[in-house]
Design a protein around this ligand. Sequence first.
Ligand code: F6R
Length: 357
Amino acid sequence: EKGTYPHYMLKEMDEQPGVVRKIIQEYSNNAGELTIDEAILSALRNADRIYIIAAGTSYHAGLVGKQYFEKLAGIPVEVHISSEFGYNMPLLSEKPLFIFISQSGETADSRQVLVKVKELGYPALTITNVAGSTLSREADYTLLLHAGPEIAVASTKAYVAQLAVLAIAAYVTGKSKGNIINFDLKTELAFAANAIQTIVDSKEELHIISNEYLNHTRNAFFIGRNIDYYVSLEGALKLKEISYIQAEGFAGGELKHGTIALIENGTPVFALVTQEPVALNIRGNVKEVVARGANACVISMEGLNEDEDRLVIPKVHALLTPLVAVVPLQFISYYAALDRGCDVDKPRNLAKSVTVE
Ligand code: F6R
C-alpha cells in the first residue's frame, strides 16, 4: 500500500536506499561476505561470453551490467534489446550464458528469446523482482532483486536493484577467478545507499530544478559519456514515459554528429559528470550546447564538481555512480509529470508488465 504517499512512484523512489541495504544483506553469507549461489557462480565462470537480454529500463541496467562483468569478472558481454534479438540473432560464442533482466519476469519480448535459447540448449539466468515469474521458472537460474513490489509503471527502485545485483554477481565472479579488484563492494554499496538517501532527502530542491528546466519545454536532452551515457538513456526514458516531454539520451560526443541541430534557445540539457576520465570531454560538450542557447543543468559528482554546476551528488565508487546519478533524474521526471497534471503512476498507453510481443 502507498500509505501516506500520493503516488507509488514517490514511495518507490524513497525506498531505494533501503532496497540497496536489503540486497547487501540478502547477498551476504554468514561470514558477512558478498556471495551468490554456487551453481550460478559456476555458470558465470564457465561462460566465454554473456548475452544480456532485456527491454526498456531493464535494458538500460544491462548496459551498465556489461561494464561490471567486463571490468570485474573479465567476461565479454553483449547487451541486446529482447524484441530485436530473437528475430535477428547474432553469431554466438561457444559457451554463452544468457542473462535475462526483467523486473516483472513476464515481459513477452524477453520470454520469446528465452524459449529460443532453451531450444538451442544454452544456460539462462534470470534477474527478476518476482520469484515464480515466467522468466524465473523457465530459466536455469534466478537471482532475485529483493526490491519489494514495484507498482508504479515507471521503474525506479527495480533499476537500482538490478544495478546492485549485477555488481554483486560480477564482483563475486571476479573475486572467485582471482581477478585483482582493489575495492570492497559491500562497503561501496553501503556508501551508495547513503548517497541515495542524501538525494532522496533533497527532493524539494529537485522539484525546483524540475520547474527551472522543464516547465514550458516540449523537449529535453540528457547527455553523458561512458557509464553516464547509459544513465542518460534511463533519465530520458523516465521523463518521456511519465511527463510526455520528448526526451532523448545521447553520448556527449555524438551530439555534434547531428542532434546538436535540435538545440535552440532554452532547450534543457541535463549533463552527467561522474566519470573522471571523461569529465573534461563532457564539459566540452556542455559548452557546445550552451553556445547554441541550451539551458544546461550539470549534475556532477563531488570531487569533479565546478562552481556553476546545478547539482552535486555525493562521491561514490566510479562503477556505482549509476545507482546514485539516476535518482535525481527520477525525481526531476516525477515532478515534471506532477506539475503537468499527468497520471504519474499510470501513464497513458503503458502497462506495468508487457505481456504481448
Ligand atoms: C520503464 C519501464 C519499462 C520496463 C520494460 C521491461 O520505466 O517500466 O521500460 O522496464 O517494459 O519490463 P521488465 O523489467 O518487467 O521486463
